[in-house]
Design a binder for this molecule. Structure first.
Ligand code: NAD
Ligand code: ZN
Length: 272
């Protein structure tokens, strides 16, 4: 076991270049780099995170309810608000940013084994990462899923029904000659819902087999996703954390880079 001697820097501090050089060396010599990404990698694309300074919950604590399964299932008014908010999100143009593109370059260089993401925006795939390498722990908002029968439909098609006047569209699947009529939600994991066991297993395998785990843009407080950091660390991986503020696992990291992801990730990947 190598000595854990955490290097923590803000990107504009004096020692930042030294730490970036060090992490770049670790990346260059890695054979199995696993990225764990969170909402912070997508804020530069215009998607707010939950807990950052500009986060949805920081500004509006009520929004937490919308992402909590028990409230969603029991409150039709909250579901109507959720559908209106999905409609608004779908109307916004969202593109991958420099952080996502840096991870594509890592894959092109053959270093990247997997991206385990907490994000539901599919921006890693749209940036150009191989979808087979992207493990979506919390599902995707590009699909809907019926709470009763599990039927999945493209989000765009259900949003068309909302545009046409249905404020809480229900499931249209027909089971035993009867319409299911179950509650629809995005095919994402809300708080209070279990993760898909197969997806979680793939993520754990990736973390366990990593020689370098790069956690990017997550406060690392949502479990079981955050638990992949100690899991990788216990299995012998180096841990590097890139985030704008401190995270729950900074103490486990070999290096913590505090600063804008859109600047740090390209700096870590560039020129190697
Ligand atoms: P989080 O909101 O808990 O933490 C995001 C972290 O990123 C914060 O610490 C914040 O300071 C940091 N950050 C934000 N923008 C940054 C930037 N440009 N540079 C550096 N740091 C930056 O996010 P989380 O841990 O991923 O958990 C939120 C949960 O909500 C996830 O489970 C996810 O499923 C969901 N979520 C997803 C999206 C998305 O798909 N884009 C957006 C919001 C929430
Ligand atoms: Zn159904």
């Amino acid at each position: 076991m190598y000595r854990r001697d955490t290097l923590t820097v803000g990107v504009d501090g004096d020692s930042a270049d030294r730490v970036i050089d060090q992490v770049r060396e670790w990346i260059d010599s890695s054979n199995r780099l696993v990225v764990l990404s969170g909402a912070g990698i997508s804020t530069d694309s215009g998607i707010p995170d939950f807990r950052g300074p500009q986060g949805v919950w920081t500004k509006n604590p009520e929004a937490e309810k919308m992402a909590t399964i028990s409230y969603y299932l029991s409150d039709p008014e909250l579901r109507k608000r959720a559908w209106r908010s999905r409609l608004e999100s779908a109307g916004r143009q969202v593109d991958p940013n420099a952080g996502h593109l840096a991870l594509v370059r890592l894959e092109q260089r053959g270093v990247l084994h997997a991206i385990v993401t907490q994000n539901i925006d599919e921006l890693h795939q749209r940036a150009g990462n191989d979808p087979e390498r992207v493990i979506e722990l919390h599902g995707t908002m590009r699909w809907t899923q019926c709470w009763s029968c599990g039927d999945r439909q493209p989000m765009d098609e259900v949003l068309d029904r909302v545009r046409a006047g249905e404020d809480d569209p229900c499931c249209l699947a027909v089971i035993d000659d009867r319409r299911c009529s179950g509650i629809l939600k995005s095919a994402t994991i809300s708080f209070g819902q279990n993760l898909d066991p197969h997806t979680l297993m793939r993520a754990e395998e990736a973390a366990r087999s990593a020689d370098l785990l790069l956690a990017v843009g997550s406060s690392l407080v949502v479990h079981p996703a955050a638990g992949l950091v100690p899991l990788a660390s216990r299995a012998g991986a180096r841990v590097v954390i890139v985030n704008g503020e401190e995270t729950a696992y900074d103490h486990l990291a070999d290096a913590v880079l505090n600063g804008p992801i859109g600047a740090i990730l390209p700096a870590l990947v560039e020129g190697a």
